[in-house]
Design a binder for this molecule. Structure first.
Ligand code: ARG
Length: 475
């Protein structure tokens, strides 16, 4: 058992019962309600490992600069390592009595190593400490989103490469428009998720500057080395303005914006899956792994995962708005309002994390029903544009006229209840005498899709090229 130090006496003295670490100038304890509104440990405990990392770097720097002794630094490191283990083993005694994660850890450090713990907070404030911890936490999340997006993109690529020739209806206004390939549709989402990935990547670059050393707001008279701590924590450089360093939260807003956009993409894809697996469409099948049953209707198979992902964008964009409202109108530098920055970010990122994982699982699980897709691709005169294009190319008709003539042909087919391929050549000729039997070569959904060979188009040949490009990038 180590001897009680002056610090222990200061904090454990009966007269100082309930005394806060910041309580030197206070004679009474805060009211219960004051404590309740002030405490953040229940949620900011998630910053524990980042807080320890920051303290290890800070104390190493203090020692290197001759601000604390080597013995004190070694004590601090030993204590922090023990705390890290306690946190990982879930034995750390988190307590609301010590308000937040920073004071919980500092207090525990004092319990473990005594007096030397009091030197850790030299040339530092909780303001630059929390800004550093939070940046580190958000940075880890951004990195993990990039990895998860890669997984999702690989799953989409796999489905695309298996379905470069799978013909399906392409929609505008959710009305059959022109035949497309299933692979093309998958690659459209792959492109979106790749942009999301690059948004997280860009966000990380701007985030990656180190606030530590800004102290409360104005910097510190101690001869600290901010490059030291910045390097030790993997930041690209120290933030150049101490007022900005402690009060900026645009890194979190930017990360939430990128998360919101990514969540909208997940939501749109979810909506497709919900529609596609309905009995009316039957475009895809999801297995028991990603569907659920109904407690009353025995025949049901519900796409719950897709629906929940579709909904998550509400929470995620809500978090963006919540933090935007917290930050608007805050004067420089730190205000306690900023303690409210964490929960929205934690909630939004948990939701996105789960959404990305569930979507990746669903895409891997999903099987397109090729015959149904192919049949649906020919519905609703989906090759009418091909007919009009034929009139332009073969008869040199201006497109507007061709559009009009095709409209008449569609009206006739509709009136007769037949498809465009089922109209006779005589019927075509009655509307436009120069039409020949060559017209039938462009009326099938497959030939329609095959003809769209422009760069980025839906033709299987084009989609195969894109699949090859993405396979290289993602391998
Ligand atoms: N728990 C606080 C937060 O998250 C830490 C910073 C407290 N700073 C202060 N000056 N009271 O914002």
């Amino acid at each position: 058992m180590r001897e009680d130090t002056d610090m222990d006496k200061l904090f454990n003295n009966k007269n100082n019962k309930g005394q806060k670490m910041w309580g030197g100038r206070f004679s009474a304890s805060p009211s219960e309600i004051m404590q309740e509104i002030n405490v953040s440990i229940d949620f900011d405990k998630r910053l524990a490992l980042q807080d320890i990392k920051g303290s290890l770097a800070h104390s190493s720097m203090l020692e290197a600069q001759g601000i604390i002794t080597k013995e004190d630094m070694l004590q601090i490191h030993k204590g922090l390592k023990q705390i890290e283990e306690e946190i990982l083993n879930l034995t750390f005694p988190f307590s609301p009595e010590f308000e937040d994660i920073h004071l919980n850890i500092e207090n525990r450090l004092r319990e473990i190593i005594g007096e030397a713990a009091g030197r850790l907070h030299t040339a530092r404030s909780r303001n630059d400490q929390v800004a550093t911890d939070f940046r580190l936490w958000v940075r880890d999340s951004l990195d993990s989103f990039e990895i998860q997006l890669l997984e999702l993109m690989r799953a989409l690529l796999q489905k695309a490469s298996e379905n470069t020739n799978t013909i399906m209806p392409g929609f505008t206004h959710l009305q059959s428009a022109q035949p497309v390939t299933f692979g093309h549709h998958m690659l459209a989402y792959l492109e979106m998720f790749n942009r999301d990935k690059s948004r997280f990547h860009d966000c990380r670059k701007r985030l990656n500057e180190c606030p530590l050393g800004a102290a409360a707001l104005a910097g510190t008279p101690f001869p600290i080395d901010r490059d030291f701590t910045s390097n030790a924590l993997g930041f690209s450089k120290p933030m150049a303005n101490s007022l900005d360093a402690v009060s900026a939260r645009d890194f979190a807003l930017e990360a939430l914006s990128a998360a919101t956009i990514c969540a909208t993409h997940l939501s749109r894809l979810s909506e497709e899956l919900v529609i596609w697996m309905s009995a009316q469409f039957q475009f895809i099948t999801l297995t028991d792994s990603y569907t659920t049953g109904s407690s009353i209707m025995p025949q049901k198979r519900n796409p719950d995962a897709a629906e929940l992902i579709r909904a998550k964008v509400g929470r995620i964009s809500g978090s963006l708005i919540a933090l935007t409202m917290v930050m608007k109108g805050l004067p420089l530098a730190y205000s306690k309002d900023m303690q409210e920055d964490k929960e929205p970010v934690f909630d939004a990122f948990d939701s996105l994390d789960l959404g990305l994982k569930a979507m990746t699982g669903m895409i891997k699980d999903m099987q397109p029903n090729k015959e149904i897709l192919q049949a649906a691709a020919g519905n609703a005169f989906s090759t009418a544009t091909d007919l009009a294009d034929w009139l332009v190319r073969k008869l040199n008709m201006p497109f507007r006229n061709a559009h009009h003539v095709t409209g008449k042909i569609v009206a006739l087919a509709e009136q007769k209840g037949v498809t465009l391929s089922e109209l006779t050549l005589d019927e075509y000729i009655k509307i436009e005498p120069k039409i020949t039997k060559d017209i039938y070569s462009v009326l099938s959904p497959l030939s329609s899709a095959k003809s769209r060979v422009s760069y980025g188009g839906t033709a299987p040949a084009e989609v195969e090229k894109q699949v090859a490009i993405w396979s290289k990038i993602l391998s």
